[in-house]
Design a protein around this ligand. Structure first.
Ligand code: NCD
Length: 298
Protein backbone atom coordinates (compact mmCIF):
# COMPACT_ATOMS: atom_id res chain seq x y z
CA UNK A 1 0.00 0.00 0.00
CA UNK A 2 3.07 2.29 0.02
CA UNK A 3 5.35 3.80 -2.61
CA UNK A 4 8.64 4.39 -0.83
CA UNK A 5 11.44 3.46 -3.23
CA UNK A 6 11.82 2.34 -6.85
CA UNK A 7 14.31 -0.24 -5.59
CA UNK A 8 11.53 -2.49 -4.39
CA UNK A 9 8.92 -1.57 -6.98
CA UNK A 10 8.06 -4.34 -9.44
CA UNK A 11 7.90 -4.07 -13.21
CA UNK A 12 4.27 -5.21 -13.07
CA UNK A 13 3.37 -2.32 -10.75
CA UNK A 14 5.21 0.18 -12.97
CA UNK A 15 3.44 -1.09 -16.07
CA UNK A 16 0.11 -0.93 -14.27
CA UNK A 17 0.72 2.71 -13.29
CA UNK A 18 1.76 3.65 -16.84
CA UNK A 19 -1.39 2.02 -18.22
CA UNK A 20 -3.67 3.71 -15.69
CA UNK A 21 -1.96 7.07 -16.28
CA UNK A 22 -2.72 6.76 -19.98
CA UNK A 23 -6.37 6.31 -19.12
CA UNK A 24 -6.26 9.57 -17.10
CA UNK A 25 -4.32 11.72 -19.54
CA UNK A 26 -7.40 13.17 -21.25
CA UNK A 27 -9.07 14.07 -17.94
CA UNK A 28 -5.85 15.75 -16.80
CA UNK A 29 -5.45 17.68 -20.04
CA UNK A 30 -9.06 18.81 -20.12
CA UNK A 31 -8.99 19.57 -16.37
CA UNK A 32 -12.13 17.53 -15.77
CA UNK A 33 -13.16 16.10 -12.40
CA UNK A 34 -13.99 12.41 -11.88
CA UNK A 35 -15.67 10.92 -8.82
CA UNK A 36 -13.23 8.02 -8.23
CA UNK A 37 -11.94 9.29 -4.85
CA UNK A 38 -14.75 11.68 -3.97
CA UNK A 39 -14.96 10.33 -0.40
CA UNK A 40 -11.20 10.54 0.19
CA UNK A 41 -8.79 13.12 1.62
CA UNK A 42 -5.07 13.24 0.84
CA UNK A 43 -2.55 14.60 3.37
CA UNK A 44 0.32 16.41 1.65
CA UNK A 45 3.11 17.01 4.19
CA UNK A 46 6.09 18.84 2.70
CA UNK A 47 9.09 19.62 4.91
CA UNK A 48 11.20 20.69 1.90
CA UNK A 49 10.49 23.15 -0.96
CA UNK A 50 8.42 22.01 -3.94
CA UNK A 51 6.35 23.42 -6.79
CA UNK A 52 5.63 20.63 -9.27
CA UNK A 53 5.38 17.63 -7.00
CA UNK A 54 3.06 19.31 -4.51
CA UNK A 55 0.85 21.09 -7.02
CA UNK A 56 0.55 18.11 -9.34
CA UNK A 57 -0.44 15.88 -6.41
CA UNK A 58 -3.10 18.44 -5.46
CA UNK A 59 -4.28 18.69 -9.06
CA UNK A 60 -4.32 14.89 -9.39
CA UNK A 61 -6.39 14.49 -6.22
CA UNK A 62 -8.81 17.16 -7.40
CA UNK A 63 -9.19 15.47 -10.83
CA UNK A 64 -10.14 12.24 -9.03
CA UNK A 65 -12.79 14.12 -7.08
CA UNK A 66 -10.93 14.02 -3.75
CA UNK A 67 -9.63 16.72 -1.42
CA UNK A 68 -6.12 17.51 -0.19
CA UNK A 69 -5.00 19.09 3.04
CA UNK A 70 -1.52 19.63 4.44
CA UNK A 71 1.36 22.05 4.72
CA UNK A 72 4.23 23.13 2.54
CA UNK A 73 6.12 25.16 5.07
CA UNK A 74 7.02 23.05 8.07
CA UNK A 75 7.93 26.24 9.95
CA UNK A 76 4.21 26.71 10.40
CA UNK A 77 3.62 23.11 11.48
CA UNK A 78 4.21 21.71 14.96
CA UNK A 79 7.56 20.28 13.85
CA UNK A 80 8.80 23.85 14.47
CA UNK A 81 7.80 23.28 18.12
CA UNK A 82 9.81 20.08 18.24
CA UNK A 83 7.19 17.49 17.33
CA UNK A 84 8.70 14.29 15.92
CA UNK A 85 7.82 13.06 12.44
CA UNK A 86 6.27 9.92 13.95
CA UNK A 87 3.93 11.97 16.13
CA UNK A 88 2.95 14.22 13.20
CA UNK A 89 2.13 11.13 11.11
CA UNK A 90 0.08 9.56 13.92
CA UNK A 91 -1.92 12.77 14.25
CA UNK A 92 -2.49 13.28 10.52
CA UNK A 93 -3.59 9.63 10.25
CA UNK A 94 -6.82 10.66 11.94
CA UNK A 95 -7.58 13.31 9.31
CA UNK A 96 -6.73 11.73 5.93
CA UNK A 97 -6.83 8.52 3.84
CA UNK A 98 -3.26 8.61 2.46
CA UNK A 99 -0.09 10.62 3.08
CA UNK A 100 2.34 12.17 0.60
CA UNK A 101 5.56 13.09 2.38
CA UNK A 102 8.59 15.13 1.36
CA UNK A 103 11.37 15.34 3.92
CA UNK A 104 15.08 16.15 4.03
CA UNK A 105 15.99 13.01 5.98
CA UNK A 106 16.79 9.84 3.99
CA UNK A 107 14.45 7.08 5.10
CA UNK A 108 11.78 9.50 6.42
CA UNK A 109 9.02 8.01 4.25
CA UNK A 110 9.93 4.46 5.29
CA UNK A 111 9.83 5.58 8.92
CA UNK A 112 6.43 7.21 8.38
CA UNK A 113 5.11 3.99 6.83
CA UNK A 114 6.12 2.12 9.99
CA UNK A 115 3.90 4.22 12.22
CA UNK A 116 0.73 4.31 10.10
CA UNK A 117 -1.47 1.81 8.33
CA UNK A 118 -2.38 4.43 5.70
CA UNK A 119 -0.70 4.39 2.28
CA UNK A 120 2.48 6.51 2.38
CA UNK A 121 3.87 7.99 -0.83
CA UNK A 122 7.46 9.20 -0.82
CA UNK A 123 7.66 12.57 -2.60
CA UNK A 124 11.41 12.80 -1.93
CA UNK A 125 13.48 11.83 1.13
CA UNK A 126 16.74 13.76 1.15
CA UNK A 127 19.14 12.56 -1.52
CA UNK A 128 17.66 9.07 -1.45
CA UNK A 129 14.55 8.41 -3.59
CA UNK A 130 11.78 10.17 -5.53
CA UNK A 131 9.74 7.28 -6.95
CA UNK A 132 6.71 9.23 -8.26
CA UNK A 133 9.10 11.35 -10.34
CA UNK A 134 10.65 8.22 -11.84
CA UNK A 135 7.20 6.96 -12.83
CA UNK A 136 6.35 10.21 -14.59
CA UNK A 137 9.79 10.17 -16.22
CA UNK A 138 9.11 6.69 -17.63
CA UNK A 139 5.68 7.82 -18.80
CA UNK A 140 7.23 10.82 -20.58
CA UNK A 141 9.85 8.67 -22.31
CA UNK A 142 7.26 6.12 -23.40
CA UNK A 143 4.98 8.87 -24.67
CA UNK A 144 7.67 10.71 -26.62
CA UNK A 145 9.74 7.76 -27.90
CA UNK A 146 6.87 5.27 -28.26
CA UNK A 147 8.70 2.67 -26.13
CA UNK A 148 11.03 2.15 -23.19
CA UNK A 149 12.78 -1.06 -24.24
CA UNK A 150 16.31 -0.85 -25.49
CA UNK A 151 16.80 2.90 -25.31
CA UNK A 152 20.11 4.53 -24.42
CA UNK A 153 19.50 6.98 -21.58
CA UNK A 154 22.17 9.39 -20.34
CA UNK A 155 21.76 10.57 -16.75
CA UNK A 156 23.65 13.83 -16.39
CA UNK A 157 24.62 16.26 -13.65
CA UNK A 158 24.39 15.56 -9.95
CA UNK A 159 24.22 11.79 -9.78
CA UNK A 160 25.44 11.73 -6.18
CA UNK A 161 22.76 13.80 -4.46
CA UNK A 162 20.00 13.70 -7.11
CA UNK A 163 17.17 11.54 -5.78
CA UNK A 164 15.35 11.60 -9.13
CA UNK A 165 18.21 9.81 -10.88
CA UNK A 166 18.59 7.30 -8.04
CA UNK A 167 14.96 6.28 -8.56
CA UNK A 168 15.24 6.40 -12.34
CA UNK A 169 18.20 3.99 -12.34
CA UNK A 170 16.05 1.26 -10.77
CA UNK A 171 13.06 2.14 -12.93
CA UNK A 172 14.99 1.93 -16.23
CA UNK A 173 16.67 -1.33 -15.24
CA UNK A 174 13.38 -3.19 -15.83
CA UNK A 175 13.28 -2.22 -19.50
CA UNK A 176 16.68 -3.24 -20.85
CA UNK A 177 17.81 0.35 -21.30
CA UNK A 178 21.49 1.12 -21.61
CA UNK A 179 22.20 3.62 -18.86
CA UNK A 180 25.05 6.05 -19.44
CA UNK A 181 26.31 8.23 -16.59
CA UNK A 182 27.70 11.70 -17.33
CA UNK A 183 28.89 13.71 -14.32
CA UNK A 184 31.87 15.41 -12.70
CA UNK A 185 34.08 13.00 -10.72
CA UNK A 186 32.83 14.47 -7.43
CA UNK A 187 29.16 13.76 -8.19
CA UNK A 188 29.16 10.08 -9.19
CA UNK A 189 26.20 7.75 -8.81
CA UNK A 190 26.51 5.80 -5.52
CA UNK A 191 28.40 2.56 -6.19
CA UNK A 192 25.76 0.49 -4.38
CA UNK A 193 23.09 1.57 -6.90
CA UNK A 194 25.39 1.04 -9.90
CA UNK A 195 26.30 -2.46 -8.70
CA UNK A 196 22.70 -3.46 -8.18
CA UNK A 197 21.41 -2.06 -11.46
CA UNK A 198 24.35 -3.58 -13.39
CA UNK A 199 23.02 -7.03 -12.56
CA UNK A 200 20.03 -6.25 -14.79
CA UNK A 201 21.31 -3.90 -17.48
CA UNK A 202 24.33 -2.10 -18.93
CA UNK A 203 25.60 0.89 -16.95
CA UNK A 204 28.57 2.81 -18.32
CA UNK A 205 30.30 6.15 -17.81
CA UNK A 206 30.43 8.56 -20.76
CA UNK A 207 31.79 12.03 -21.47
CA UNK A 208 29.42 13.01 -24.30
CA UNK A 209 25.77 12.72 -25.31
CA UNK A 210 26.25 11.42 -28.85
CA UNK A 211 24.67 7.97 -28.35
CA UNK A 212 21.72 9.16 -26.30
CA UNK A 213 18.08 8.55 -27.18
CA UNK A 214 17.27 10.40 -23.97
CA UNK A 215 19.38 12.92 -22.06
CA UNK A 216 18.12 13.35 -18.50
CA UNK A 217 19.78 16.47 -17.06
CA UNK A 218 19.61 17.33 -13.36
CA UNK A 219 20.21 20.33 -11.14
CA UNK A 220 23.34 20.26 -9.00
CA UNK A 221 21.70 19.93 -5.56
CA UNK A 222 23.13 23.02 -3.87
CA UNK A 223 21.25 22.36 -0.61
CA UNK A 224 23.13 19.06 -0.07
CA UNK A 225 26.64 20.61 -0.32
CA UNK A 226 28.56 21.46 2.85
CA UNK A 227 31.12 23.49 0.88
CA UNK A 228 29.84 26.27 -1.47
CA UNK A 229 33.09 26.12 -3.47
CA UNK A 230 32.56 22.43 -4.20
CA UNK A 231 29.10 23.34 -5.51
CA UNK A 232 30.48 26.05 -7.82
CA UNK A 233 33.09 23.64 -9.20
CA UNK A 234 30.42 21.05 -10.06
CA UNK A 235 28.25 23.24 -12.29
CA UNK A 236 27.74 22.32 -15.97
CA UNK A 237 25.74 23.74 -18.88
CA UNK A 238 23.69 22.30 -21.75
CA UNK A 239 23.45 25.02 -24.40
CA UNK A 240 22.85 25.11 -28.16
CA UNK A 241 26.41 23.90 -28.81
CA UNK A 242 25.87 20.82 -26.66
CA UNK A 243 22.44 20.24 -28.25
CA UNK A 244 24.17 20.20 -31.65
CA UNK A 245 26.03 17.04 -30.55
CA UNK A 246 22.79 15.12 -29.79
CA UNK A 247 21.05 12.80 -32.25
CA UNK A 248 18.28 14.45 -34.29
CA UNK A 249 15.62 12.33 -32.64
CA UNK A 250 17.04 12.45 -29.11
CA UNK A 251 15.00 14.03 -26.31
CA UNK A 252 16.14 16.25 -23.46
CA UNK A 253 14.46 15.85 -20.07
CA UNK A 254 14.92 17.52 -16.67
CA UNK A 255 12.83 17.03 -13.51
CA UNK A 256 12.99 20.81 -12.96
CA UNK A 257 13.60 23.25 -11.34
CA UNK A 258 16.45 24.13 -13.68
CA UNK A 259 18.92 26.71 -12.46
CA UNK A 260 21.67 27.36 -15.00
CA UNK A 261 22.32 23.86 -16.38
CA UNK A 262 20.07 24.31 -19.45
CA UNK A 263 20.22 27.70 -21.15
CA UNK A 264 16.76 29.22 -21.94
CA UNK A 265 17.36 29.20 -25.72
CA UNK A 266 17.36 25.38 -25.58
CA UNK A 267 13.64 25.53 -24.65
CA UNK A 268 12.89 26.29 -28.30
CA UNK A 269 14.64 23.14 -29.50
CA UNK A 270 11.88 20.59 -30.32
CA UNK A 271 13.92 17.92 -28.55
CA UNK A 272 13.48 19.75 -25.21
CA UNK A 273 10.61 17.94 -23.44
CA UNK A 274 10.89 19.10 -19.83
CA UNK A 275 7.72 21.17 -19.77
CA UNK A 276 5.65 18.30 -21.23
CA UNK A 277 7.33 16.12 -18.60
CA UNK A 278 5.92 18.29 -15.78
CA UNK A 279 2.40 17.99 -17.19
CA UNK A 280 2.60 14.18 -17.19
CA UNK A 281 3.01 14.43 -13.41
CA UNK A 282 -0.77 14.89 -13.17
CA UNK A 283 -2.03 11.72 -14.94
CA UNK A 284 0.77 9.65 -13.41
CA UNK A 285 -0.02 10.88 -9.89
CA UNK A 286 -3.72 10.27 -10.55
CA UNK A 287 -2.77 6.68 -11.37
CA UNK A 288 -0.62 6.39 -8.23
CA UNK A 289 -3.34 7.79 -5.96
CA UNK A 290 -6.07 5.67 -7.49
CA UNK A 291 -3.96 2.50 -7.29
CA UNK A 292 -2.66 2.97 -3.75
CA UNK A 293 -5.86 4.29 -2.29
CA UNK A 294 -7.70 1.31 -3.73
CA UNK A 295 -5.30 -0.95 -1.82
CA UNK A 296 -2.98 -2.52 -4.43
CA UNK A 297 0.60 -3.25 -3.37
CA UNK A 298 3.69 -2.24 -5.42
C1 NCD B 1 13.33 17.36 -7.94
C2 NCD B 1 13.45 17.01 -6.47
O1 NCD B 1 12.79 17.62 -5.62
O2 NCD B 1 14.21 16.09 -6.20
N1 NCD B 1 12.27 18.23 -8.21
C3 NCD B 1 11.05 17.66 -8.55
O3 NCD B 1 10.41 17.04 -7.73
N2 NCD B 1 10.65 17.80 -9.82
C4 NCD B 1 14.59 17.79 -8.58
C5 NCD B 1 15.39 18.90 -7.96
O4 NCD B 1 15.00 19.51 -6.97
O5 NCD B 1 16.46 19.18 -8.51
Amino acid sequence: MNLISMRETSKAFIEDILKTAKKHEKTAREKKVLSTLDDKTLGILFFEPSTRTRLSFQAAMRRLGGESIGFNDAHFSSSAKGETLSDTIRVVEGYVDAIVLRHSVEGAAARAAEVTTLPVINAGDGANQHPTQALLDLYTIQKEKGKLEGLTVVLAGDLKYGRTVHSLMYALSHFGCTIQLHCPPSLKMPESIVEEVRQKTTVEEVTDFTQADVVYATRVQRERFADPEEYQKSLYVIDADVMATLKKDAMLMHPLPRVQEITPDVDLDPRAKYFEQTFYGVPVRMAILETLMEGKNP
